[in-house]
Design a protein around this ligand. Structure first.
Ligand code: SAM
Length: 312
């Protein structure tokens, strides 16, 4: 959510209403097509001059909730008409919007906050426009996941953005164990999750259960008056937020699986090599190694086949 009350966070010295000279009101430089325009995640000073120019040039601005976007536009002297595009109507709206785009319209798409499409509506429309050969471009800007990553103190790459974990405990535990399995197969990436404040404590407890004593960070209210980044181990963060209910908007960042120990994938390959060298068939070697490592038999068998091909 955008925060009208945002304090003087970073970047507010400049008046976001000022577009580069000569650009105000000009449609020149803003090609017809679909423009995916990032908007602030809290601090209204983070709307870029190019976002203002692009939104001013649009014949129509598609947004999730007109009540959220209208004040931002008014504040920046943008008067293009607004139309709602959200998860409940996007599928049915795509054909009509695509026809407009194919007819040469210049449309902008924003979400309530941050970068559209990222855990927000717009993917279906953008994809349909691309497939139809319509010009699609973006005005980049704020994104809570990347900002949290940069402030987490955890390795910035590779990272894996997971969006929201499932809200129900069982499905969430399953999603976490799938990630653990991927790590067992060699994935070593910083993990980024969005979470709602009322689920933060249980989410952190589930992450601590799945990933153990890993370094992590909870980034809260980014770019707003009460911005906070708490860096600690997953069990410490789980204990903290069990005792102190969190408020506001939240991103959880979890450090990568340790890389110094041989990865699950390396371990699996070493065991496969040993079993094949001992004269086991591919099928038997895969079954034995799957049983020993706990990895899915299909995955081990596929790797055994690849190794056979690689070794000629
Ligand atoms: N598309 C947006 C973006 O690019 O950041 C994300 C939209 S998603 C529906 C909303 C979630 O993003 C929130 O529930 C929270 O997890 C995270 N988020 C958005 N703004 C945030 C902020 N200012 N501080 C921390 N997390 C934020």
């Amino acid at each position: 959510m955008q925060d009208e009350e945002a304090g003087p966070g970073p970047g507010t010295d400049e008046d976001p209403r000022e577009a580069p000279s000569g650009a105000v009101g000009a449609k020149a430089g803003v090609a017809p097509g679909l423009w995916l325009v990032a908007t602030p995640i809290g601090n209204l000073g983070d709307l870029s001059p190019r976002a203002v120019v692009t939104l001013r040039a649009a014949e129509m601005i598609l947004c999730e909730d007109t009540r959220v976007t209208a004040p931002l536009l008014a504040r920046n002297g943008i008067s293009a008409p607004l139309a709602a595009l959200h998860d409940h109507n996007e599928a049915q709206e795509v054909p009509r919007l695509l026809a407009r785009l194919q007819g040469g319209a210049r449309l902008a798409l924003v979400s309530d906050a941050g970068t559209p499409l990222v855990s927000d509506p717009g993917y279906r429309l953008a994809r349909a426009a691309m497939e139809a050969g319509v010009f699609v471009s973006a005005v980049p800007g704020p994104n809570a996941a990347v900002m949290a990553l940069t402030l987490s103190g955890l390795p910035p790459q590779p990272f894996l953005f997971m969006g929201f974990l499932p809200p129900k405990a069982g499905a969430r535990a399953e999603a976490i164990s799938r990630l653990r399995a991927a790590e067992g197969a060699g994935l070593s990436a910083t993990l980024i999750f969005f979470e709602a404040p009322h689920r933060l404590a249980e989410c952190l407890a589930a992450l601590a259960e799945g990933f153990g004593d890993r370094p992590a960070a909870v980034a809260r209210e980014l770019t707003k008056r009460f911005e906070e980044v708490r860096r600690a181990s997953l069990p410490e963060l789980a204990a903290h937020y069990a005792a102190h209910a969190a408020r506001g908007e939240i991103v959880v960042v979890v450090g990568p699986a340790a890389v110094d120990a041989p990865s699950g994938a390396e371990e699996m390959e070493a065991q496969l090599r040993a079993a094949l060298a001992a004269g086991e068939s591919l099928r038997d070697a895969a079954a034995m190694v799957a049983a020993a490592t706990g990895m899915p038999r299909r995955q081990v068998y596929a790797r055994a086949l690849e190794m056979g091909r690689e070794e000629g």
